[in-house]
Design a protein around this ligand. Structure first.
Ligand code: SG4
Ligand code: ZN
Length: 260
């Protein structure tokens, strides 16, 4: 059922054969971000993160292994949102997920000045001018994704304790309800330094609907926490690691920086 696709390089269903907009689009993601080539834009101010520091009592998130990533989806009545930060309008946060590597020098989708950490976290939000994510997903101003680099270093990061729950989600299609937790501690403490460009979803059908924000500062997780992600299995029954798309051509797009 559905389109089979995977991350096997040069494979029949791998990134170079994803097809459609993934192959023909001129605003694809991820990209290689060169800090020195980015255009400084002083109008890229701070973000308003609605309820990101709240963990609603009795609230639950749905954690799921969808065969391509580990995804946490918020309930319909949750009220997490993103605005400001140069975004036009308000965006409702729908879910977050991860991309990671088989070792600590690969895993992120975006590359910042040649640096590759072990993983990248994506918070996906949709423009509230649309009534739900399905309606927004292919619209030019439909989505805003916040990207955070995760670096394996030091002790367990309490903000990611929920990863313990992922140990029961080894196989594709397994899911569970997890107790709601705060989102803000998962983001870098400095949220004023970020890159901005227009791009796409990094998975089929690669809709060019994403206003991308990639934070400059990485967040640390422990080796143990990284290894939980690496224990998950993907849609081909093998390890789900290396679930990142290779960087795509810029095709003249401007990458902006919120800082000098
Ligand atoms: C991952 O496959 C997630 O599981 C998907 O989330 C997500 O799609 C997809 O990546 C693309 O998102 O930020 N990397 S990305 O461009 O969030 C969406 C779900 O399927 C629409 C919920
Ligand atoms: Zn992603």
């Amino acid at each position: 059922a559905g389109d089979p696709w995977d991350y096997i390089k040069d494979g029949a269903h791998g990134p170079s054969n994803w097809g459609g907009t993934c192959g023909t689009g001129k605003k694809q993601s991820p990209i290689n971000i060169k800090g020195h080539d980015a255009t400084v834009d002083k109008d890229l101010g701070s973000f308003m993160l609605k309820n990101y520091d709240m963990a609603p009592t009795n609230g639950t998130f749905t954690a799921k292994n969808n065969g391509h990533s580990l995804v946490f989806v918020f309930p319909e009545n949750a009220d997490y949102g993103v605005s400001g930060g140069g975004l036009v309008g308000n965006y409702k946060t729908h879910s977050f997920h991860f991309h990671w590597g088989s070792n600590n020098t690969q895993g992120p989708e975006h590359i910042l000045d040649g640096e590759k950490f072990g993983a990248e976290l994506h918070f996906v939000s949709y423009n509230t001018k649309y009534s739900n994510i399905s309606e927004a997903i292919a619209k030019a101003d439909g989505l805003a994704v916040l990207g955070v680099f995760l670096k394996v270093e030091g002790d367990k990061n309490e903000a990611f304790s929920f990863l313990e729950d992922a140990k029961s989600l080894i196989d594709m299609s397994s899911s569970s309800n997890v107790t709601a937790f705060k989102l803000k501690p998962m983001l870098p403490s400095n949220k004023t330094k970020y890159f901005r460009y227009s791009g796409s979803l990094t998975t089929p059908r690669c809709y060019e609907s994403v206003t991308w924000t990639v934070f400059n500062d990485a967040v640390k997780i422990s080796q143990y926490q990284m290894d939980i992600l690496r224990s998950l299995k993907g849609n081909n029954g093998a390890s789900m690691d290396n679930n990142y798309r290779p960087v795509q051509p810029l095709n003249g797009r401007v990458v902006k920086a919120s800082f000098q």
